[in-house]
Design a protein around this ligand. Structure first.
Ligand code: AMP
Length: 417
């Protein structure tokens, strides 16, 4: 049985095709810069890497390119789409509609669409990914796995905002948190590499990518996280502002003569490191040697400073921290940002290893703190063992239970980052 797992993100689309017989990855790849100039599909199969540079104005075009690659005579691994038994889709926001993964039907899709108002950069992309797949594989069962599920363990004092309690009750306005599959997975992997029971560990996971969030994981459970009601809260991100005084919204509306939706669109799509740099939302663009100065550097430094503040806050929230993990595009690839976040946390018992940080080889899980460090730093770049039991967490049971009737065994993978 072969399972295709898809993560349609705001400007990227990751996929893996897995043979469930031996849990091997048959093909995987990444569409980058969707709806931005210079879109590219990197497809890995048969021990080779194929690069297709072609305009991807939206996710439907991207997914069609992926499916074409999977069956293509040159770089494909399938005779036809019928070989795919099920598709797992990452869906970002489930609000309080779903607390676990579900088999996708029309009603589920409608609810995911309805929740687009809570995650305007993500749910529409996720739904586009699902619809595009359904178009090509109308009979293949598909499962939605939600980013919010891992954070359902947050205590009420952490997820409540300082607003009227009745508004929380009536309108379900609260912190939900996102990137749940990533935080769950990298925290359990860190515990495994530390050879400790996760129940005995306090871990801070830093998922730093185009969207970024930081989570406090105490005893294996999310107890606080930086994203909130929507993925707009937290640190400044690729294009999202992150935390901002709510009074700025009215002020901007008055100053610019804009509507509330124009300002919300601005906060979601024109701010963050893109807004500060007034150049690019992509950290690689900002940090290329000759450009890494002025507003570009300011944007990156502000990002790292805000991440660091969460690290401090979550160490306080958990009364300590045993381990800090970096993951996602920026967290895995960028030594400058890791060093800016972790380089001078000596007061917390951190002894950061700058050499290990710089010399990290891609494709490894790597310790980037010195042996003497009380707090361990890990860098997680998933390549091998990606289908470990730890990663599956409670999800596996839920999915098994739900899908055995359909003789399906569908697992959400780390591609859902
Ligand atoms: P993600 O959302 O996890 O796919 O991460 C996307 C972000 O990671 C983009 O801002 C990229 O610029 C950034 N990124 C990817 N590779 C690198 C790299 N080698 N150095 C710095 N940033 C990177």
């Amino acid at each position: 049985m072969k399972i295709l797992v898809i993560n349609a993100g705001s400007s990227s689309l990751k996929y893996q095709l897995i043979d469930m017989k031996d849990e091997s990855v048959i093909a995987k790849g990444l569409c980058e810069r969707i709806s931005i100039d210079g879109s590219v599909l990197t497809h890995k199969a048969n021990g080779k890497e194929y690069v297709f540079k072609k305009d991807m104005p939206n996710h439907t075009v991207a997914i069609k390119m992926v499916l074409d690659a999977l069956v293509s005579p040159e770089c494909g691994v399938l005779k036809s789409m019928d070989e795919i038994s099920a598709v797992g889709h990452r869906v970002v926001h489930s609000a309080e509609d779903f607390t676990s993964s579900v088999l996708i039907n029309d009603e589920v899709l409608k609810i995911c669409e309805k929740n687009s108002e809570l995650a305007p950069l993500h749910n529409p992309a996720n739904v586009m990914g699902i619809r595009a797949c359904q178009e090509v594989m109308p009979k293949t069962p598909m499962v939605a796995v939600f980013d919010t599920a891992f954070h359902s363990s947050m205590p009420d004092y952490a997820y409540l905002y300082g607003i009227k309690y009745s508004d929380y009750k009536n309108y379900r306005i609260r912190r939900y948190g996102f990137h749940g599959t990533s935080h769950m997975f990298v925290s359990s992997e860190a515990a495994r590499y530390m050879k400790k029971d996760i129940k005995d560990l306090k871990i801070i996971t830093c998922h730093l990518g185009n969207g970024s969030s930081i989570t406090a994981v105490d005893g294996g459970k999310s107890v606080d996280t930086s994203m909130g009601f929507t993925p707009l809260e937290g640190v400044p991100m690729g294009t999202r502002s992150g935390n901002i005084d709510a009074a700025v919204i009215e002020y901007l509306m008055q100053k610019k003569g804009q509507t509330i939706s124009q300002v919300m669109n601005y906060l979601n799509k024109e701010c963050g490191v893109y807004g500060i740099s007034e150049n690019s939302s992509d950290f690689r663009d900002l940090m290329s040697d000759e450009k890494f100065n002025g507003q570009n550097k300011l944007a990156v430094d502000s990002f790292a400073y805000n991440v660091k503040k969460y690290v401090g806050a979550y160490a306080a929230a958990m009364n300590g921290v045993d381990c800090i993990v970096f993951t996602a595009g920026v967290g895995e690839n960028d030594p400058y940002i890791r060093s800016a976040v972790a380089g001078n946390l000596q007061y917390m018992g951190v002894n950061f290893d700058e050499d290990a940080n710089k010399n990290f080889k891609r494709g490894q899980i790597c310790e980037i703190s010195k042996k003497s460090s009380k707090v361990k730093f890990w860098l997680y770049r998933p390549m091998k063992n990606w289908l470990s039991q730890e990663r599956l967490g409670g999800l596996q049971n839920k999915l098994n239970f739900r899908l055995t009737k359909k003789t399906l065994f569908c697992i959400m993978l780390n591609v859902s980052r």
